[in-house]
Design a binder for this molecule. Structure first.
Ligand code: MN
Length: 328
């Protein structure tokens, strides 16, 4: 049961004297907000906390209090490892070390339904943001939440709900956000920065993505090659919001953005209409995510990755005719 998972994890967490808190690769507002919100709060209780992420913090998220502390640091003898918003080991990136992760207690806090439960203790809940789980954890333990921690947690909730617009946004998310705003977290500043701020390279990247976009019934797919991305010095976060934007086009049920990495692998980001579950597709292809926002990494080149993905997506958009039509 979710509650006992939470309590077991909470008991171990608050008993520790030191912790390494890890955010996922290509970090977003939720993983960073959860890591920082948790890390700063544990530190206020006297715990030694180190914050780690394999990839750099994107420019637009550097406003998060203590964001500069999140570094690609390796395990350094901490009592426990806590991963936040990480559905499987691959999302730890180069900070993953099989020997360390099988000997040090790993505590997994995550909201992806595809979570593989790779920790010694796993708390996986179906809520819109991991940051919301961190707030619940801190409140259940009567931890005083500072303005800085509140700001980080609210950024996480706003990021993953697209400012309360996703289909899984629940009253509990709004209540959590209200409580964080009451603690002083600046909602408007956070929302405009997290959702609207983009690196300069986004202009060239979105233009290329629009040019390369291909449509077929219910699906829009676009590709970005590694040579192009290098030529415009594209940041990891330059595609933020792109698949959601494409999914908003009339008649689109599924959008996919395929981004070729320097090693030739292809990173896939997908969005879907509420009636289509793309987490299943992502999982079949070795990735994971949420029913309406999921991703995976495919073997290159881009053309074969596109074909492989389309073969999985097409059956999902072949919808049965409405009942009225069947009756007449
Ligand atoms: Mn998340």
């Amino acid at each position: 049961m979710a509650t006992s998972d939470r309590d077991r994890l909470s008991d171990r967490l608050f008993a520790a004297k030191s912790a390494l808190v890890i955010a996922h690769i290509m970090p977003d507002a939720d993983t960073l907000g959860a890591a920082l919100g948790l890390g700063l709060s544990l530190r206020s209780l006297g715990m030694t906390v180190h914050l780690a992420c394999a990839d750099p913090v994107p420019t637009e998220l550097r406003f998060l209090p203590s964001a500069q502390e999140v570094q690609p640091r390796l395990y350094a003898g901490e009592e426990i490892i806590v991963t936040v918003d990480i559905s499987d080991q691959q999302r730890i990136g180069m900070l993953y070390d099989e020997k360390i992760f099988s000997t040090v207690p790993v505590l997994v806090i995550d909201h992806h339904i595809t979570n593989t439960r790779f920790g010694a203790l796993n708390w996986v809940a179906e809520v819109p943001a991991t940051s919301e789980m961190i707030l619940e954890l801190l409140q259940a333990h009567n931890v005083t939440i500072s303005l800085d921690a509140a700001t980080c947690l609210l950024a996480g909730i706003i990021g993953d709900t697209q400012c309360f617009l996703t289909s899984n946004t629940s009253p509990s998310s709004l209540i959590a956000a209200a409580q964080l705003q009451e603690l002083g977290a600046p909602l408007r500043e956070i929302a405009t920065t997290v959702l609207n701020r983009r690196p300069t390279s986004a202009l060239a990247v979105w233009r290329e993505a629009f040019i390369n976009a291909c449509q077929e019934p219910g699906i829009i797919l676009t590709t970005l090659g590694s040579a192009f991305l290098r030529s415009v010095s594209a940041d990891d976060s330059s595609t933020n919001g792109l698949s959601s934007w494409l999914a908003g086009l009339d008649g689109v049920l599924i959008s996919a953005v395929l981004r070729e990495a320097d090693d030739g692998s292809v990173d896939v980001s997908m969005r879907s209409a509420p009636e289509i579950n793309i987490a299943v597709v992502a999982q079949n292809l070795g990735g994971g995510g949420h029913p309406q926002a999921a991703g995976c990494v495919l073997a290159g080149p881009l053309s074969s990755a596109s074909e492989r993905l389309l073969a999985e997506l097409r059956p999902l958009t072949a919808r049965p005719a409405p009942v009225e039509e069947l009756v007449h």
